[in-house]
Design a binder for this molecule. Structure first.
Ligand SMILES: Nc1nc2c(ncn2[C@@H]2O[C@H](COP(=O)(O)OP(=O)(O)OP(=O)(O)O)[C@@H](O)[C@H]2O)c(=O)[nH]1
Ligand SMILES: [Mg+2]
Length: 216
């Protein structure tokens, strides 16, 4: 397991007290902004809690729009975190995958956008692959993991909604995910466990993200 020092946690905390601004939302690969800063993207099944985690990390309720209904985020949304003369990077909120209730064309368009972004982004430093703590890694997640293995983009599993799961069940899901990651070339071995609702595990995610930031 990653051991975070008090200083790592503090550096992470400080970064997330800095400005965080919505830069743009993008619907096609052609519109992706020029890659200027290191990027950390939040990917995962529809409704897993990507936008909620971003809001919790930045202590903002409405930075990224969230919803009870899957399929809320329909664009690749870029948020610039950190000020001048500080550590800084871009946080990227992706649309969810595995959502079956939108139209076929729309699903195909989202999947293509997600794939184009994940495959082709030189400054993408890490993908936080969010997995619902009650479900564990499922078939649509495995497809993305394979894509990232092929593209050699490092990804890290972050369990979400741990407030909804009992400790024993959580330990099992965690162990199963850790075991599965061993077979994947680009997977970061350590898993983080979070709850946006109860603000659990956020310090560790912040410390992980700040280690990937650019120092201006
Ligand atoms: N109990 C609990 N609910 C959560 C947590 N995080 C998110 N949720 C709920 O899960 C639902 C989906 O959250 P979102 O953050 O919109 O999920 P998303 O992954 O961004 O969804 P899409 O944009 O549709 O892909 C909302 O109803 C949230 O309130 C959590 O830590 N605990
Ligand atoms: Mg979302």
């Amino acid at each position: 397991m990653d051991q975070f020092t008090a200083s790592d946690l503090e550096t992470g905390r400080l970064l997330f007290t800095q400005e965080c601004d919505f830069v743009m939302g993008v619907r096609t690969e052609a519109d992706l902004p020029k890659a200027e800063l290191p990027e950390v993207a939040f990917a995962g099944r529809s409704n897993v809690g990507k936008s909620s985690l971003l809001n919790a990390l930045t202590n903002r309720r409405t930075l990224a729009r969230t919803s009870n209904t899957p399929g809320r985020t329909r664009e690749v949304n870029f948020f610039r975190l950190g000020g001048d003369g500080e550590r800084r990077l871009m946080l990227v909120d992706l649309p969810g995958y595995g959502y079956a209730r939108a139209g076929k064309e729309e699903i195909a368009r989202w999947n293509k956008l997600i794939e184009d972004y994940l495959r082709g982004r030189g400054n993408l430093r890490r993908v936080c692959l969010l997995i619902d703590a009650r479900r564990g890694i499922g078939p649509p997640d495995r497809k993305v993991m394979e894509l990232l293995d092929q593209a050699a983009v490092v990804y890290q599993v972050i369990l979400t909604k741990v407030d909804k799961e009992k400790a024993t069940a959580l330990a099992k899901v965690r162990a199963a995910a850790e075991a599965e990651l061993k077979g994947h070339g680009a997977a970061y071995p350590d898993i983080l466990a979070t709850s946006a609702a109860k603000k659990l595990g956020l310090e560790e995610v912040r410390a992980t993200v700040v280690a990937l930031a650019e120092i201006a």
